[in-house]
Write a protein that binds this ligand. Sequence first.
Ligand SMILES: Nc1ncnc2c1ncn2[C@@H]1O[C@H](COP(=O)(O)OP(=O)(O)O)[C@@H](O)[C@H]1O
Ligand SMILES: Cc1ncc(COP(=O)(O)O)c(N)n1
Length: 274
Amino acid sequence: MKVRKALTIAGSDSGGGAGIQADLKTFQELGVFGMSALTAVTAQNTLGVHGVYPMTAAAVEAQIEAIGQDMGTDALKTGMLFSGEIIQSVAKKIEEFGWKKVVIDPVMVAKGGASLLREEAIRAMKEFLLPLAMVITPNIPEAEVLTNMLIQSIDDRKRAAKKLYELGVKNVVIKGGHSDNEETLIDLLYDGRDFLYFTSRRIPTKNTHGTGCTFAAAVTAELAKGQGVKEAVELAVNYVHAAIEMDLQIGKGHGPTNHWAFKRKEAAADAIYK
Ligand SMILES: Nc1ncnc2c1ncn2[C@@H]1O[C@H](COP(=O)(O)OP(=O)(O)O)[C@@H](O)[C@H]1O
Ligand SMILES: Cc1ncc(COP(=O)(O)O)c(N)n1
């Protein structure tokens, strides 16, 4: 059996709920061999970000180079990239190795409000990275920054998705966690032709730390396994939903999600239908 591989280029969350830790847990749970290139170390817990210690762009390049030269990858995702310089290095390496299954989670601020991306980096992201993306997965505030639009309605979101598509992204997912609907939420996928709506029940919880990272990592793992974008997004919606639903109650603030939950739910369903 051929083992599929996925690479995450992202920041470390010492609290284990978001960033590289969330990505690797998700890769593992979805049966994909996970690799990482660290862009920054954060001192972080469920109460917030207490420090950000970026890597040099050369160190980020060296990590990607080491992976590309030897192991290669079937898909990759980016998370916290911190600076325009790191973004340019990452884009250069993606092009150099010819990687196509590229998922960009344009991480900008942590749930507590701490900045994980410098202001100057937004231009670099649009210019160098977005044209290389197979999928981009902004939440509503990130989509607003990238498009210079105010997004309130679903129609606004559709317009924003079209704008992002025009920047060269092949598939745009604008996630609905930040919408003001208290009952349901919609993750919207646009592939340049059709809009697809993934509707789920909003779970009343404060434990949503790392949902965005987990979502993008699940999309990446599924693409690595050879799934299409639509199937990968659908699975990611279900994976994150299970992870939020069976939360772990860890820490005093916004706790992490449960990366085991999806497989446990699947195993329970298998036992019922056997
Ligand atoms: N309270 C919630 N209940 C159910 N699903 C949620 C909830 N909050 C977020 N999600 C889901 O988690 C994923 C990430 O959503 P979002 O909060 O928009 O992104 P981010 O974590 O990047 O801010 C999406 O699939 C969204 O539908
Ligand atoms: C290192 C790192 N990367 C990304 C996030 C975003 O996480 P969230 O899903 O809570 O917005 C984070 N808090 N820390």
